[in-house]
Structures are given as C-alpha cells and as structure tokens.
Write a protein that binds this ligand. Structure first.
Ligand SMILES: NC(=O)c1ccc[n+]([C@@H]2O[C@H](COP(=O)([O-])OP(=O)(O)OC[C@H]3O[C@@H](n4cnc5c(N)ncnc54)[C@H](OP(=O)(O)O)[C@@H]3O)[C@@H](O)[C@H]2O)c1
Length: 247
C-alpha cells in the first residue's frame, strides 16, 4: 500500500516510516526536508500522487495555543484538499488523550486540529495517545531554570513513540476510516518521577521540583485529565524499561 507520512522526521513519524517500510509498504515521507510544507501546501500535490492513506503526525515548533492552532488548521485544510485532489481514501491522525478537558494551550489547538480534519471531505480515523516517553526530556528542558526543573506533577500513562507508531501503521493498513480510540503505556506514571529519572541519567538538572502557582490546566493534569479511558490500548515498554534501553 502507498502511504504518505506527514511529520516523517518527528518523534513518532520517524518510527511510522520505519515500521511501514520494513513491512514492505511504499512510504512517502513528508516534512520540510523532503520539500513538503503542510502549512503552505507546497509539494503536497506531487507527494500524494497514488497515495491511499495519509498518516498525519506533523506539528509545528510552538506549543503556544494561537500558533499551534494556526499550524493545525492550515495543515488540516491542505492535507484534506490535496488528498481529495489526489484520490487519497482516508487520513489517520495522532492526537492526545484528554484534550477536550483543558481550558486552552496546545491541548485546545489539538481539539481544533481534530475538528478541522473532521470537516472533510476525506474520512478521518483519530488515534489519541498519551505523552510519549521521548517527550519527557523536552518537558524537562522547558521547565528548567538554572539547576532546577519545575514541572506539574502530571498524572500520565507515558507511552513509547514506537508503540504509537505501530498502532498508527496498523490503522493505516487496516483500512479503518472513522472513529476515535486511545493508546497509552502499561501503567500510570508521575511526570515528576519520570523527569527525575531522566535528570539523574543525564546528570542535570540537579533537582526536579513541583511547579508552584499552577495554572488551571496544570491542576487538571495533576488531577488525572490526561489519563486514558478504560477502552484504551495499553502497550509497553514502561518508562523505566524504555529509559534503561535508551542511550
Ligand atoms: N510528543 C508527545 O508526547 C505527543 C503525545 C501525543 C500526541 N502527540 C502528537 O503527535 C504528533 C507528532 O508529535 P511529535 O512529538 O512526534 O512531533 P515532533 O517530534 O515535533 O515532529 C514534528 C514533525 O512535523 C514536521 N513539520 C513541522 N513543520 C512542518 C511543516 N510546516 N510542514 C511539514 N512538516 C512539518 C517536522 O519536520 P520538519 O521540521 O523537518 O518539517 C517533524 O517531522 C503531534 O500532532 C502531536 O500533537 C504528541
């Protein structure tokens, strides 16, 4: 099957490309490095020629609500329009568990992303994932001030990006074209504890502490808004298993 992957060099997209290629599928990797810009539409028509399914794993560089919303609404519009022109059958998109429970930020941008894609005309299958194991280091970096990293004590069921990529590849191949489901790691984790393990392995920052003066959305994270529902696909490795196996 010919499958295009938007965000082909990202944390999850690179694994999608790897898994589909290893399984013998014809993969079209799409990122600015391959000459495709999903926000302007540049390169999309040529990239989508003969493609049956698009996997959308692209995201812009900013977690800011306004900038991320602008990215996702433009990319959704362009993927839908170019996909329809090229005769693509469906889109599979990776989203985030619990996004509708928050008041704003990147989560609200992901709600806008889902809605913009669902406006069609192509049918869309949504896979909502927990925070990736690979994302903890980035959250640690964002929260670091000097020797201390300040983070909300988010309750999350961290999942490996490769496991999410496998599920996205399975959905693309299955031909499922509508619906929403969730994927999460094998057990609930504390973001503070996971970030502390990363800091210890790297030797920096010296301390990881709970952020004070939490905003309403951080409080929701601490209350479990990011945890999966009872029907979620739960898949290993655990965060510690993954970290042990990572350089
Ligand atoms: N990170 C998490 O913990 C997590 C959890 C659940 C769901 N998700 C969702 O999973 C998706 C992927 O996240 P990620 O963490 O894997 O992202 P990432 O590592 O930041 O990768 C983003 C990808 O998008 C590409 N990209 C950026 N701007 C582009 C543009 N204008 N045109 C084409 N491609 C562009 C990047 O390549 P270039 O920069 O080379 O163009 C890169 O391949 C996002 O929708 C995110 O919301 C993430």
């Amino acid at each position: 099957m010919k499958i295009a992957v938007a965000g082909a060099t990202g944390r999850v997209g690179r694994h999608v490309v790897d898994i589909l290629s290893a399984a013998g599928h014809e993969v079209v990797p799409m990122s600015r490095g391959t000459g495709v810009d999903v926000t302007t539409g540049a390169g999309l028509d040529a990239a989508l020629e003969g493609v049956e399914c698009i996997i959308d794993a692209a995201t812009g560089p900013s977690p800011d609500q306004e900038q991320a919303t602008a990215f996702f609404t433009a990319s959704a519009r362009n993927l839908q329009a170019a996909g329809a022109r090229a005769g693509v059958q469906r889109i599979v998109v990776v989203s985030i568990i619990g996004i509708e429970r928050y008041s704003g930020g990147y989560n609200a941008a992901k709600v806008a992303h889902e809605q913009a894609l669902l406006a069609g005309p192509l049918p869309v299958r949504i896979l909502r994932a927990s925070q990736f194991h690979e994302f903890v280091a980035e959250l640690l970096a964002w929260g670091t001030q000097g020797d201390i990293a300040y983070l909300p004590n988010m309750r999350t069921q961290l999942v490996a990006a490769r496991s999410v990529a496998q599920a996205l590849a399975d959905l693309a191949i299955s031909g499922e074209s509508t619906g929403t489901s969730e994927i999460a790691g094998p057990r609930e984790e504390s973001l503070l504890a996971a970030a502390t393990l990363v800091a210890a392995k790297r030797g920096a920052p010296q301390k990881v502490a709970r952020a004070t003066g939490l905003d309403p959305d951080s409080e929701l994270m601490e209350q479990g808004a990011a945890l999966p529902n009872g029907n979620a696909l739960l898949t290993g490795p655990t965060f510690e298993e993954w970290l042990d196996a990572t350089n």
